[in-house]
Design a protein around this ligand. Structure first.
Ligand SMILES: Nc1ncnc2c1ncn2[C@@H]1O[C@H](COP(=O)(O)OP(=O)(O)O)[C@@H](O)[C@H]1O
Ligand SMILES: [Mg+2]
Length: 330
């Protein structure tokens, strides 16, 4: 089973939309996937699940159907992880349901981190909980791939989520914030990887499966929707050409000539995704991915062509990511 996390410590770059659309695309390609909503804001869950079903998944004071519910017994000291509920979204898509209460695990995930150095069994159970839940969910669904969505920060939940990932894809916007974000994110990923590898070998519990913490950067996806229309295009070109060098330096820790480079020639650029301006609102209303919109959903006239382009773009991106991450497409 492969795990890929979509991460950027800046919000609003399109992480959640990317995970949602890629889950549908891999399912369409015949690859069963599990999508894990590890953002306590649970935006991914509300894209997949309608309000009536959400009410059933989030009853007052009960978390048995959410990802938080699966780790709750461990956090409360009443047991180890519970068998996770995997929400059936489609034939090939299972969802680990997000939960606002997940933010309550931040403290425990913070305090157990140093305890791993002291070889404390509980620390390893807590830090591996998210990874173990994702693995169980994937087993339940016979999924060879798990896609992880996280919130926009460098906190302890994200650290535990990201050490569960074999690969990291970084969605980026062509602006100053994204470039500065990369400069924080790159070194933080490296630090987490090193710190986990230092801890990993101290795991005293023989039969406990813990994550490898590989977190190999698979590349970035340039999200053009984040471009603001009230600024001239040139302003974005300026940031865009700096992305390849900053990515190399900050994320890959490679020496790079600090100059301009077209992202179209950058092997680390997985795709430059368009702003599907007219399709996104239709897709949200219809509760389906943009590339599955039909005339009955309002995708008429020029929208029809846009739907086809969108399908082609996401299919290409899904293939590229699969290749980079060693995922076999059936
Ligand atoms: N390719 C796209 N085309 C048009 N709008 C998009 C696209 N990707 C994301 N959006 C919109 O941008 C906003 C932020 O996206 P979201 O996926 O929630 O970002 P994040 O998870 O990084 O906070 C949402 O309103 C979403 O509908
Ligand atoms: Mg999000």
């Amino acid at each position: 089973m492969k795990t890929i996390a979509f991460f950027n410590n800046k919000g609003g770059v399109g992480k959640t939309s990317l995970v949602y659309h890629l889950a549908w695309m891999y399912a369409d390609m015949g690859l069963p996937v599990v999508a894990a909503d590890l953002d306590p804001q649970a935006n991914l869950t509300s894209m997949f699940v309608d309000d009536d079903r959400l009410e059933a998944l989030w009853p007052d004071d009960s978390h048995t159907k959410t990802i938080f519910g699966a780790i709750q017994p461990l956090l409360e000291g009443t047991g180890d992880i519970a068998v996770p509920h995997v929400e059936d979204i489609a034939d090939n898509i299972g969802l680990l349901v997000g939960d606002l209460a997940l933010s309550a695990s931040e403290d425990e995930l913070t305090s157990q981190w140093p305890d791993c150095l002291d070889r404390k069994p509980r620390a390893f159970r807590v830090l591996s909980a998210i990874w173990r839940v994702i693995n169980e969910a994937a087993q339940q669904r016979d999924a060879a791939l798990a896609l992880i969505d996280v919130g926009p920060n460098l906190g302890a939940i994200n650290r535990a989520a990201l050490i569960s990932a074999e690969h990291i894809v970084i969605p980026l916007a062509p602006d100053l914030y994204s470039l500065q974000g990369l400069r924080n994110l790159g070194p933080t990923l490296r630090r987490w990887r090193n710190e986990w590898s230092e801890r990993r070998e101290r795991n005293p519990v023989n039969d406990l499966s813990i994550p490898f913490g590989t977190m190999t950067p698979a590349g970035y996806v340039l999200m053009q929707h984040a471009v603001r229309l009230d600024r001239p295009v040139k302003a974005y070109d300026r940031w865009m050409v700096r992305i390849p060098a900053v990515y190399r330096q900050a994320v890959l820790d490679e020496r790079a000539a600090n100059g301009a480079q077209a992202i179209s020639n950058d092997p680390h650029c997985l795709a430059a995704l368009k702003h599907y301006r007219s399709l996104m609102p239709l897709a949200q209303d219809a509760r389906k991915p943009m590339f599955f919109l039909k005339p009955a959903d309002g995708a008429i006239g020029g929208h029809g062509k846009a739907v086809q382009d969108c399908y082609r773009d996401f299919r290409a991106l899904a293939r590229t990511i699969a290749e980079r991450c060693g995922v076999q497409i059936p």
